[in-house]
Design a protein around this ligand. Structure first.
Ligand code: ADP
Length: 450
């Protein structure tokens, strides 16, 4: 039986950063993935392809200040496909250069040091001193009649995506970030979009005061809240979506339906037999990324803590460092310093402790802001709206913040660094931020209090 220092189950963002680091330090590593390629859902149907579409549409929206431009959606999809191909090739090269090995197959945990892989060619068993479970998540499709009629994000974003022509009208079930991102670019491309959300507001996991500032800035999207979807029916060439609370049923007829109600973790077989603790949101881990079995780690979407590629990457490195420390933790993941960007047009990004959480935690917070309408880069880009808002504790240590509008997803990183490294508002005030860049709003906001 082949033996390795470390086996990863999955080869996505929660697995390969650890694999690279461990390999570089002389450890033998085997990655096992159902798809047989390095990279998971982010590149297959998630963050990268969706942003290839959204950024192109964002550029179109900016160009429309100068004329009535339109783009063939098929060409946008071609661009998305080409980005995915470039990245798959790049990953192959990186894999070769590092001398790392991937096996295509489905992994099952046999015991705390053994994994079985089933593939087209049969089953084999491998031993390892440590195992990283990085099996990710999958689109959740609720059990409602007709749910199989709806697209999922794979139909829009997988390589060689099925959807290459836009519908005239579309219902998006779920007002989370995937639903709202898709709604905003579809609306800019002229699709009549209705978002149907079960809860009483969209982006419900995010700070309400922040979301309330974003919504009026979005392109035209009809939003139905407190509206659980009851069924989807085929109605000639159209689809009928029936929704509403209790006996109040409303219906809309649309050309396409997208299911975007969230994702669920994917557990490899053997997790229960081995007694690895989990609930339906994910495998339980400490902040060293260890499960209740100390040489078995669970990183990325599978633990459900912060299901984002960049969080998975950091968790993966944390696991690698702790494996190199013989499973006696020396490195820890900090979920509070992970920034989150909603790639609507405009974007909204946030990090750390928000006011409602600060109030719950009894933190006497201080806030300062910068209005982006006064920002030179926002004026250059014709995007004169939104704000930067920074929160500190009473000793002026940055605890969180958000950015809505021009370049929000970039600007938030500096606030995240401040949260992660315990910087003070004064540190931000004294930095000579570049001009003209929306980042300069950070020192402007900080200097309001210095
Ligand atoms: P993360 O961002 O947490 O790494 P991804 O979804 O990007 O999550 O990657 C998870 C990867 O794990 C996917 O490529 C998927 O094919 C793979 N995978 C899931 N379950 C198994 C399994 N039992 N055996 C092998 N690979 C698996």
């Amino acid at each position: 039986m082949e033996e390795y220092d470390v086996i990863t189950i999955g080869a996505g963002g929660a697995a390969y950063p650890a694999a690279f680091r461990l390999k570089k330090s002389g450890y033998s590593v085997l990655m096992i993935d159902k798809k047989g390629v390095m990279s998971g859902n982010c590149l297959a149907e998630g963050c990268v392809p969706s942003k290839a579409v959204i950024e192109t549409v964002h550029t179109l929206a900016k160009m429309r200040h100068f004329g009535d431009f339109s783009i063939d959606y098929g060409k946008i999809v071609d661009h998305k496909d080409s980005v995915q191909k470039i990245r798959y090739d790049q990953h192959d090269e990186e894999l070769k250069e590092a001398g790392l090995k991937i096996i295509k197959g489905t992994a099952r945990l046999i015991d705390e040091n053994m994994v079985e892989v089933s593939s087209d060619t049969g089953t084999s068993r491998y031993r390892a001193s440590s195992i990283i479970i990085a099996s990710g998540s999958d689109t959740f499709v609720p059990k409602i009649p007709g749910s199989n009629l709806a697209w999922t994000s794979a139909d829009l974003y997988a390589l060689n995506a099925r959807v290459r022509k836009l519908p005239k009208s579309m219902a998006i079930i779920g007002g989370g970030y995937i639903g709202m991102e898709t709604a905003s670019f579809m609306s800019i491309l002229g699709v009549k979009v209705t978002v149907i959300e079960m809860l009483d507001r969209v982006l419900s996991t995010m700070e309400k005061s922040m979301v309330d500032k974003l919504l009026p800035l979005l392109p035209k999207i009809e939003i139905k809240t407190s509206s659980p979807v009851k069924s989807i029916e085929k109605n000639g060439s159209m689809y009928r979506v029936n929704f509403g609370a209790d006996s109040n049923t409303e219906s809309i007829d649309v050309e396409a339906v997208l299911m975007a109600v969230g994702r669920i973790p994917v557990f490899p077989d053997g997790v229960d037999e081995l007694g690895i603790e989990h609930d339906r949101h994910g495998i339980k881990v400490n902040m060293a990324m260890q499960t209740n079995i100390k040489n078995i780690y669970a990183t990325g979407d599978v633990n459900g803590i912060t299901p984002l590629f960049h969080a998975a990457k950091r968790q993966s490195i944390v696991a690698a460092n702790n494996i190199m420390a013989n499973n006696v933790p020396t490195d820890y993941f900090d979920p509070l310093s992970v920034p989150f960007t909603v790639y609507t047009i405009p974007q909204m990004a946030y990090v750390g402790i928000m006011p409602s959480q600060a109030r719950k935690m009894g933190i006497d917070y201080v806030e300062t802001d910068y209005q982006i309408e006064t920002d030179s880069m926002a004026q250059i880009n014709n995007e004169m709206y939104g704000e930067i808002r920074i929160f500190t504790d009473s000793r002026m240590k940055v605890i969180g913040g958000y950015v809505i509008g021009n370049d929000a997803g970039n600007v938030i990183n500096e606030i995240a660094l401040a949260v992660s490294r315990g910087l003070s508002l004064r540190d931000l005030a004294e930095m000579a931020h570049q001009h003209p860049m929306t980042f300069e709003g950070i020192d402007s906001a900080a200097r309001k209090l210095y």
